[in-house]
Design a protein around this ligand. Structure first.
Ligand code: FAD
Length: 378
C-alpha cells in the first residue's frame, strides 16, 4: 500500500521524493490549492510576490543533493549587503566584492571582526543565546549582525539557541543565495514535478482514515501537534512582507538593505526587481520589505524613508503578506534531534524538527522517509 505524506511543503516533497526513489508508492495530500507551503509566489498585475521574502541557498547540502538548481533559472544574489547609517548607505560583505568594507571602523574594530571569525570557527554550547555569544562585538553586532540576523530568524536574537543559531549563521556565510526567475515558488513547483501523486485541496484533520497505513505528517508544527497529539509546541515567529512599487530610477542596487540604527520596524528591504527583473513588469520596480513586529503602513513608510533616504508617501502599496507562522523559534536549549518516528507506522517531518530553514525542512523530510524505510526492512 502506498505511503501517505501529509503536506506538500519542502519537508513533504523531500520525503515523497526519497520514498519514490526507493521504489515505494507515495501519495501526498495537501490542504491548500498549491504545493510549496511557505515557499510560494503569486502574480498580481505583472508583479511576482513571494509569500514572505526569502532567498534560496543553492549551497544547502539538501539542495545540492536534489540537483534542483540546474532545473530552474536561478539568479544569484550578491554576497554583500548594504546598511543605512544616518542618512547614508554603505556596503559590507564578501571582501572579494567589497574589498574595503570589512576594514572600515563604522562596522566595528578589527578586534571585533577577528572575534567574529573566532566565533564562527568555534563550537557553541546550548544554554546560551545567539545574543549572549555575539552581543559583546560592539558596532559589528549592533549595526550589522543584530539587524541582519533578526531578519534571518525573524525574532530577536536573545531567544535563539546558540547551537542552532551558529549552524544557520555558518550556512549563510558559505551560502550561494539567490532566487529563481518566476519567484521563490518556482523552486517548490519544480521539485513537485518529481512527485507522481499529489492531491491538492484536501485537508486532513485526523489520521484515523489512514489506520494501518504508513504516514509521514509534514505539516506546519501546530497542525502536526494536533494530528499527533503532541503537547509541546515551539513558539512561532511572525512576519509581514510589504511590497511597494517604487520609481523605476529609484535605486540600481540589487542588495539587501538593513538599518544599522534600528530606527523602526523594517528588518530588511530590497529592490527585488533589481535582483530578478521579472518580479516587476518592464520599466517598473518592486520593493520588498519585511517587518517582524506589528507595524502600521505609515510606520513602515517612515522607516523606509529613513533607510533609503527618500520620500515614500507616493509609493503604491502593491500587497502586504502577513505570515503568522513564519518560522519555529529554536529557543535556548532546543537543538536536540530526536527520532521522527511517532508510533509504529507514523513519522513526522518539518522545519520545526531540525532547523528553521529550507535545509531543515528538506533534511527532516528525507530523514523521516529513511527512518520509515528502515522501519519496514527491520
Ligand atoms: C518569511 C519567511 C522567510 C524565510 N526565509 C528563509 C530563508 O531566507 N532561507 C531559508 O532557508 N528558509 C527561510 N524560511 C524558512 C523556510 O521557508 C521554511 O523553513 C520551510 O519552507 C518549511 O517547510 P515545511 O515543509 O517544513 O513546512 P511548510 O512549508 O509550512 O509546509 C507544510 C505544508 O502542509 C500543508 N498542511 C498544513 N496542514 C495540513 C492539513 N491539515 N492537511 C494537509 N496539508 C496540510 C500546508 O498547506 C503546507 O503546504 C523563511 C520562511 C518564511 C515564512
Amino acid at each position: 500500500m502506498s505511503v501517505v505524506v501529509i503536506g506538500a511543503g519542502l519537508a513533504g516533497l523531500s520525503a515523497a521524493i526519497t520514498l519514490q526513489n526507493s521504489g515505494r508508492e507515495v501519495e501526498v495530500i495537501e490542504s491548500s490549492s498549491r504545493v510549496g507551503g511557505r515557499v510560494a509566489s503569486d502574480t498580481i498585475d505583472g508583479f511576482t510576490l513571494d509569500h514572505g521574502f526569502q532567498l534560496i541557498n543553492a549551497n544547502y547540502p539538501e539542495v545540492v543533493r536534489l540537483g534542483i538548481i540546474n532545473e530552474i533559472a536561478f539568479i544569484r544574489a550578491p554576497r554583500v549587503i548594504d546598511y543605512s547609517l544616518g542618512d547614508q548607505r554603505f556596503s559590507i560583505g564578501d571582501p572579494r566584492v567589497a574589498p574595503l568594507s570589512a576594514l572600515g571602523n563604522r562596522t566595528g574594530t578589527i578586534g571585533e571582526k577577528l572575534a567574529f571569525l573566532k566565533y564562527l570557527a568555534s563550537n557553541s554550547y546550548s544554554g546560551k543565546s545567539v545574543a549572549d555569544e555575539l552581543g559583546n562585538l560592539g558596532n559589528l553586532y549592533t549595526r550589522i549582525l543584530s539587524p541582519f540576523l533578526t531578519g534571518v530568524f525573524l525574532t530577536p536574537l536573545t531567544g535563539i539557541d546558540a547551537v542552532t543559531g551558529k549552524n544557520l549563521i555558518r550556512s549563510f556565510i558559505t551560502g550561494a543565495p539567490g532566487l529563481p526567475d518566476g519567484g521563490v515558488g518556482a523552486f517548490t513547483q519544480q521539485l513537485s514535478t518529481r512527485v507522481k501523486k499529489i492531491h491538492l485541496n484536501r485537508r486532513i484533520d485526523s489520521l484515523q482514515e489512514f489506520a494501518g497505513r504508513e504516514v509521514i505528517v509534514a505539516t506546519d508544527v501546530t497542525t502536526a501537534a494536533q494530528l499527533l497529539d503532541i503537547s509541546e509546541v515551539p513558539k512561532l515567529a511572525n512576519s509581514t512582507t510589504w511590497y511597494h512599487e517604487v520609481p523605476a530610477d529609484f535605486s540600481d542596487s540589487n542588495r539587501l538593505l538593513i538599518d544599522a540604527g534600528h530606527r523602526g520596524p523594517v528588518v530588511n528591504s530590497l529592490v527585488i526587481s533589481n535582483l530578478v527583473n521579472s518580479y516587476a513588469p518592464a520599466g517598473r520596480s518592486l520593493l520588498s520589505s519585511t517587518t517582524i513586529e506589528s507595524a502600521s503602513e505609515s510606520e513602515v513608510r517612515r522607516h523606509l524613508s529613513l533607510m533609503w533616504g527618500t520620500q515614500t508617501q507616493t509609493w503604491p502599496l502593491i500587497a502586504k503578506y502577513d505570515i503568522p507562522k513564519s518560522l519555529p523559534i529554536f529557543g535556548i536549549g532546543n537543538h536536540l534531534v530526536t527520532s521522527s518516528r511517532v508510533s509504529e507506522k507514523v513519522f513526522v517531518a518539518g522545519d520545526f524538527r531540525l532547523a528553521p530553514s529550507q535545509e531543515g525542512a528538506l533534511l527532516s523530510g528525507r530523514l523521516a522517509a529513511q527512518e520509515l524505510l528502515l522501519n519496514k526492512s527491520a
